[in-house]
Design a protein around this ligand. Sequence first.
Ligand code: ADP
Ligand code: MG
Length: 242
Amino acid sequence: MQALIQIQKLRKSYGAVEVLHDIDLDIRSGEVVVVVGPSGSGKSTLIRCINLLEEYQGGVVLVDGLKVEKGPELAKVRAEVGMVFQSFNLFPHLSTLENVALGPLRVRKSNRKDAEAKARELLVKVGMAEHAHKYPAQLSGGQQQRVAIARALAMEPKVILFDEPTSALDPEMVGEVLDVMQNLAKTGVTMVIVTHEMGFARRVADRVIFMEAGRIVEQGEPQQFFNTPQEARTQAFLKAIL
Ligand code: ADP
Ligand code: MG
């Protein structure tokens, strides 16, 4: 079966500086992939190329067989690729419920009743049902991020990309967000997660990818990756953070 995400010979530059060099990566449907690596290694840039938040200069990215490029198909691709950011990015003037219902209303053209019923279901799933009427400013960071996850899920995307979803949170709120993500992983949603939470990676990932300086240096199942990393650079990275 063809991989859900196919990345071949991906090259990305900012100006004259190339920051991703010939990345090859296939992610199958249902897979949970955790991307780790030092700051500046290209983790964010890589996942942002999957929904064209960043344009790329070489190679190809396909999501479910559709090429990720500027043009008439881009909206279609973006509807299939959810994203959760470090900084939550909820709409401040919309309630929790409205934030979650908005995508289906606008993009999927659902009717309001269905969109709101679905949003309520998702808020139950992320433990935010009692906060449906509140605005983002009335919520803690962990609560906002759980709403952001519900909002991504509302579009029923084929894959959800997470870029350091817990890095902006106070430590006591990290667990509640990781718990939601762990439960999500069990439901078979395809997830690509950039994170520094190695315990989470060990528990939840099907595959861990280590990036450095714009390349994938090593990848493997968590057990193998953390216990017997093969590359000296991986070993040095793990030694520094664990
Ligand atoms: P990571 O997410 O692993 O910390 P990034 O993907 O953010 O790494 O960055 C990869 C490289 O690209 C770094 O050298 C960074 O400085 C550079 N970079 C990232 N965003 C931009 C940008 N908007 N303009 C110029 N350079 C950038
Ligand atoms: Mg980053």
